[in-house]
Design a protein around this ligand. Structure first.
Ligand code: AP5
Length: 215
């Protein structure tokens, strides 16, 4: 099953994609995580992407399309995958459709997670991530047991550079302008399901699981 999780920054795509990955045993593919890994490894792609990510703008389509093309060739995607953060523009969605068509594959489901703007800002300003294992926390909603220390591996928790309020508001605008049109794009194909992204992590996960289980 090939699934896309759509949603504004902070809608819970990454959190829910990781939970779905564990339950349904198909990999989460996050372009944001791939770009951050390239940035940390200081590859030329990572250094190029950093300029866009720090500013809250999108990395050029051709860069992320190439990343996804390579990732979808990996053996672990044969039973399906959960795309998190890709596609983000109509051009990316069209490139994905062409890629899948070329290998006789297709998308099964696109889930759009809906959350209000003020909730999104609260979620992102309070988000903290482990600098080593990548585990996700929230200062208010899912805090670590010891402040700024990862429960799982003991490493330091960090705040993402693009999680400052001014950049968050800009990312939300970029989402409205460039990514929100994908809701209609997939609605027309009859594969879109809108799901409320509010409530506890478990409540949202319950809604998503029941839809994915039906595939
Ligand atoms: P990316 O990493 O994809 O960021 P994003 O889409 O902005 O999404 P986030 O990771 O901020 O939010 P999320 O929806 O995953 O929420 P999360 O689960 O963490 O992209 C970053 C940048 O990379 C982009 O700006 C761009 O520059 C570049 N990029 C990436 N892909 C690209 C592409 N395809 N094309 C071009 N450029 C690209 O949750 C957020 C917080 O809320 C967490 O603390 C979590 O604990 C909490 N939370 C989650 N759910 C709940 C809940 N139900 N209740 C309470 N708290 C909750």
């Amino acid at each position: 099953m090939n699934i896309i999780l759509l949603g504004a920054p902070g809608a819970g795509k990454g959190t829910q994609a990781k939970m779905l990955q564990e339950k349904f045993l198909i990999p989460q593919i996050s372009t944001g995580d791939m770009l951050r890994a390239a940035k940390q490894a200081k590859t030329s792609l990572g250094l190029e992407a950093q300029k866009y990510m720090s500013a809250g703008t999108l990395v050029p389509d051709e860069v992320v399309i190439d990343l996804i093309r390579e990732r979808l060739n990996a053996a672990d995607t044969k039973q399906g995958y959960i795309l998190d953060g890709f596609p983000r523009t109509v051009s990316q969605a069209e490139a994905l459709a062409n890629m899948l068509k070329a290998i006789g594959s297709q998308l099964d489901l696109v889930i759009s997670l809906d959350v209000s703007e003020e909730d999104l800002v609260n979620r992102l300003t309070g988000r903290r991530t482990c600098s080593q294992c990548g585990a996700g926390y929230h200062l208010q909603f899912s805090p670590s047991k010891v402040k700024d220390v990862c429960d799982r591996c003991g490493a330091k928790l960090i705040q993402r550079e693009d999680d400052q309020e001014k950049t968050i508001r800009y990312r939300l605008k970029v989402y409205q302008d460039q990514t929100a049109p994908l809701v209609e794009f997939y609605q027309k194909q009859g594969i879109l399901k809108k799901v409320p992204g509010t409530g506890s992590l478990e409540e949202v996960f319950g809604r998503l699981s029941s839809i994915v289980s039906k595939l």
